[in-house]
Design a protein around this ligand. Structure first.
Ligand code: CUK
Ligand code: CUA
Length: 630
């Protein structure tokens, strides 16, 4: 038997065995067999590549982008533990750029420049899971990208015009900031879930008393990136979503048990979708009905349902929550239940008013496969749910699922396509807007196993592209990805407009302008060394292929700040500034200014500085001498 067919059999056996169980408990398929299987699908030891059979020619949309041809969509991928955001072209799946966010990056100097250091505050790693763009009137407005840091409870914002981070905010009283989602009716609040429950306040009290732990649903102002309020709830929160009207935000709660071990967290057959009533919360905040914890205004909504928070019971350890493009339904993926729960949003007001029970708002619960995680939409009434354990994408019809829930006999399941392997997030072109267009679906697979040449113990992930314009879903591209994208959004290219040269409008420039004013210099033309005790500030221009200064002198151990302004006014004419043997490099784009501060070597001598980004035929000659005097 070939390795492929052996693996296929093993897959079939596990999947068939697991499907018999409606709910999955600890020690059954997910707890033991299936997950263990997914981790050990390959034989131990070394592997040799064995290619899958050549697929039949694809009959749907054009996938390949020929040389020089542009993609129709931008894909914004989170970078997981790499701490970054990545930009891909869709459908070619070509990686176009990485935006460093919470990570230190050598190429651009992010995390080393003065501005990025100020934003990062010394925390140089991050875990980005969820990347979402700002909205106006239910669709992307092309202004900002928001992304979470799960490691250190932060939210960052990228200005789309520059594709650079312009703000980072710390989220207090939170650990494991995971799901985030901006409001969709306007650029308003960005809601952020803390996944891990902690004592409140977390100051050494109640450390070993989980009954006292709580989690925060936090609202950050998407314009100012300031903390507005927090709502404290008893259960943990995983994924986040907002409606299209500004009334509600949502959080899945997989640990309503309040457990601290795996077994405890998986005990209950029903957990919750938390529904947050944003107007009631805002009214309480405005009326001062909050408590203060570490400077945050906190609405305490623990325990029972209230005007602030309602708990819709859904099976079991739910993960993703996604809102249909028409704004009518929240689709909650069951994770440990092979179902998605469809919650009708316009029934929530009656449930808040006590006229119906929260569970009455669940209007469908189709069986979609084992381990449903996330759902995308085509804007034509169909949903596409990623199924982790079965390694499939399931296409299902929402109206048929609702009819089935009322007793109808037609199956809502329209198609299932194998993906390779263990798909986490999925998303589709414009899926999270009212303009969902049903063109391209991606499956972000956590394991790639035999799909690529072996590259050592850590395999790439496999971001697969699926054509969703035909009756049958068809995988049309394997996209190896470095660890570890969780989520992505796919955005029509006409929405994204970026600068070719810097417009100098970010906060960063106010900082340089203040320094220039203090030093009495013209930032765009002055080349000057200004000494202030042990501190030396070097103002320098760059214009291909020369720096404005061929040499400067400092003393051993000086604190040296170099501020470089790239006065070239030409698209893609970027320079770098690197100082040999000083762990110092930064990128300076056209018409941009960047600054970096370092300590001059304790060893007197000559240290060359040079342009590290290829800019000109005489790029190698673009350098100068830093003399470090005793
Ligand atoms: S989570 Cu990773 S697969 Cu962080 Cu959105 Cu679902
Ligand atoms: Cu300037 Cu290379």
């Amino acid at each position: 038997m070939s390795k492929d067919s052996k693996d296929k059999n093993r897959y079939d056996n596990v999947a068939a065995g697991s499907r018999r169980r409606f709910l999955v408990g600890a020690g059954t398929a997910l707890g033991g067999g299936a997950l263990a299987w997914s981790m050990t699908g390959c034989e131990e030891g070394t592997t040799t590549p064995s290619a899958a059979p050549t697929p039949a020619p694809h009959k749907g949309q054009e996938v390949h982008a020929a040389p020089g041809q542009l993609d129709d969509y931008y894909g914004f991928w989170s970078g997981g533990q790499s701490g970054e955001i990545r930009i891909l072209g869709v459908p070619s799946m070509r990686e176009l750029k990485r935006i460093p966010v919470f990570n230190r990056e050598s190429a651009t100097g992010w995390g080393a420049t003065d501005f990025s250091k100020k934003l990062l505050g010394g925390t140089m790693s991050g875990d980005t899971h969820h990347v979402h763009l700002s909205y106006t009137d239910g669709t992307y407005d092309g202004r900002y990208i928001y992304v979470n840091d799960k490691f250190s409870a932060r939210l960052a914002r990228v200005r789309i015009a520059t594709m650079e981070v312009d703000k980072i905010v710390d989220i207090p009283n939170s650990q494991g900031t995971h799901g985030i989602f901006p409001q969709r009716h306007k650029t308003g609040l960005v809601l952020c879930n803390s996944e891990f429950r902690i004592p409140q306040p977390n100051d050494g009290r109640d450390m070993d008393d989980p009954s006292k732990y709580a989690a925060m649903h936090t609202a950050i102002d998407g314009e100012t990136m300031e903390l507005k309020w927090q709502v404290m709830v008893e259960g943990n929160m995983d994924l986040c979503a907002t409606d299209y009207t500004g009334d509600y935000s949502f959080a899945t709660c997989y640990n309503s048990e309040g457990g601290v071990t795996l077994e405890e967290m998986m005990a209950a057959d029903l957990d919750h979708l938390y529904v947050f009533n944003l107007k009631a919360i805002q009214a309480a905040v405005d009326a001062g009905k909050t408590i203060e914890i570490n400077g945050a205004k906190v609405v305490d909504a623990r325990g029972a349902d209230s005007e602030f928070v309602m708990r819709v019971p859904v099976p079991k350890s739910p993960h993703g929550v996604n809102i249909t493009p028409d704004g009518k339904y929240a689709v909650v993926a069951g994770k440990l239940s092979p179902t998605c729960s469809v919650v009708q949003i316009d029934m929530l007001a009656d449930a808040f008013a006590g006229k119906i029970k929260p569970r009455d708002c669940v209007v469908a619960e189709p069986e979609v496969g084992l381990g449903p995680l996330h759902t995308a939409f085509d804007g034509k009434g169909n949903a596409y749910t990623s199924i982790f354990i079965d390694s499939v994408m399931t296409k299902w019809n929402i109206d048929t699922a609702i009819a089935q829930f009322k007793g109808g006999t037609e199956s809502p399941i329209l198609d299932k396509v194998d993906v390779h392997y263990q798909v986490g997030h999925t998303n589709a072109s414009m899926s999270e807007t009212k303009e969902a267009d049903g063109k391209w679906l991606v499956a972000l697979c956590k394991f790639s196993k035999d799909r690529f040449l072996p590259v050592g113990m850590l395999h790439p992930e496999n971001d697969q592209l699926i054509d969703m314009t035909m009756d049958k879903l068809e995988v049309v591209h394997d996209g190896p990805a470095y660890s570890e994208p969780h989520d992505c959004v796919i955005v029509r290219r006409d929405i994204i407009n970026t600068l070719q040269v810097q417009d100098r409008k970010d906060d960063r420039f106010a900082m340089y302008d203040a320094w220039a004013k203090a030093d009495g210099i013209d930032i765009m033309s002055t080349n000057k060394v200004i000494r202030n005790g042990k501190k030396v500030r070097v103002w320098m221009t760059s214009q291909a292929p020369k720096f404005g200064m061929n040499e400067f002198k400092v003393k051993a151990g000086d604190e040296v700040q170099v501020i470089v302004t790239n006065i070239d006014n030409v698209q893609d004419l970027s320079h770098g500034f690197a100082v040999c043997n000083h762990d110092t490099n930064m990128l300076i784009n056209a018409q941009d200014t960047q600054s970096i501060t370092f300590t001059a070597s304790s060893k007197p001598g000559l240290y060359w500085y040079y342009c590290s980004w290829f800019c000109h035929a005489l790029h190698l000659e673009m350098r100068g001498r830093m003399f470090v005097e005793a």
